[in-house]
Design a protein around this ligand. Structure first.
Ligand code: BTN
Length: 252
């Protein structure tokens, strides 16, 4: 219906002019949807970020959620965040921009955030029923379209390229790349995807401060585990693995 190059992702598209949050809508319908269905909106009124934060979602961006049913154990669901980050970074790199990934899920250009990913899963015992892959990309907005308090550290594809981006062709490319990576995720050892992800990550090797709801961990990011947890070596030389948190680089 829109020149898709995929056979799984986006076969069914729920398009909205305005929505609360595409992740919330996707969650409501996920149980009765086929894998690969997409919820996409021009504007989100209550866009959600990680750790309870707000996600600013005005006209000009791509705000979407993909419903996946990979039938994996819940502890592997966070791997899909890395899969999505890799796919987004690859598509932006194909445009000639130096996209990098900041653990766990920010895609950035020149140190500024252009995409965020919010993965939500529902599981029965330890098997996931579905995973919602929420992807938000700042595409054609100007910086003035982002409220001042959120603007620092953000950028858009239009700002970085100086050109208007055709969102439909960008979305076609993104869904194609995401489908390729998802097929790889289901058929190949995860270490392959992890290696590609590591090659694009700008987190490993840096001094970081990670905030979780319960504590703050400081040290050097030295790797990620197969489930995507960040490994931090602290000043006392012990290591810690952090599955989710807010990561700040000590030096920019
Ligand atoms: C983050 O970096 O904190 C994650 C941001 C995720 C934003 C996307 S936009 C589409 C989907 N719907 C939402 O409400 N959030 C995600």
């Amino acid at each position: 219906q829109m020149g898709l190059k995929t056979t799984l992702l986006g076969q069914k598209i729920h398009y909205f002019e305005e929505v609360s949050s595409t992740n919330s809508v996707a969650k409501e319908i996920a149980a009765s949807e086929e894998e690969g269905s997409l919820v996409i909106a021009e504007v989100q009124k209550v866009g959600r970020g990680r750790m309870g934060r707000e996600w600013i979602s005005p006209h000009g961006g791509i705000w979407m959620s993909v419903i996946l049913k990979p039938g994996i154990p819940l502890r592997h669901a966070s791997r899909l965040t890395l899969v999505a980050g890799l796919a987004v970074a690859n598509v932006i790199r194909d445009m000639g921009l130096d996209a990098r990934i900041k653990w766990p899920n920010d895609v950035r250009i020149n140190g500024k955030k252009v995409c965020g990913i919010l993965t939500e899963a529902k599981a029965e015992v330890d098997r996931v029923d579905y995973v919602i892959l929420g992807i938000g990309i700042n595409v054609n907005m100007e910086l003035k379209d982002i409220p001042e308090s959120f603007r620092a550290g953000s950028t858009t594809l239009k700002v970085e390229t100086g050109k208007h981006i055709r969102r439909v062709s960008f979305l076609q490319d993104l869904l194609f790349e995401l489908e390729q990576q998802y097929i790889r995720f289901k058929t190949q050892p995860f270490s392959q995807i992890l290696n590609d992800w590591l090659a694009l990550s700008d987190t490993i090797g840096r001094e970081v401060k990670v905030t979780t709801p319960s504590r703050i961990i400081e040290g050097k990011a030295v790797g990620v585990t197969p489930d995507g947890a960040l490994i931090i070596r602290k000043s006392d030389d012990t290591k810690e693995e952090i599955i989710a948190g807010r990561c700040i680089y000590a030096r920019p």
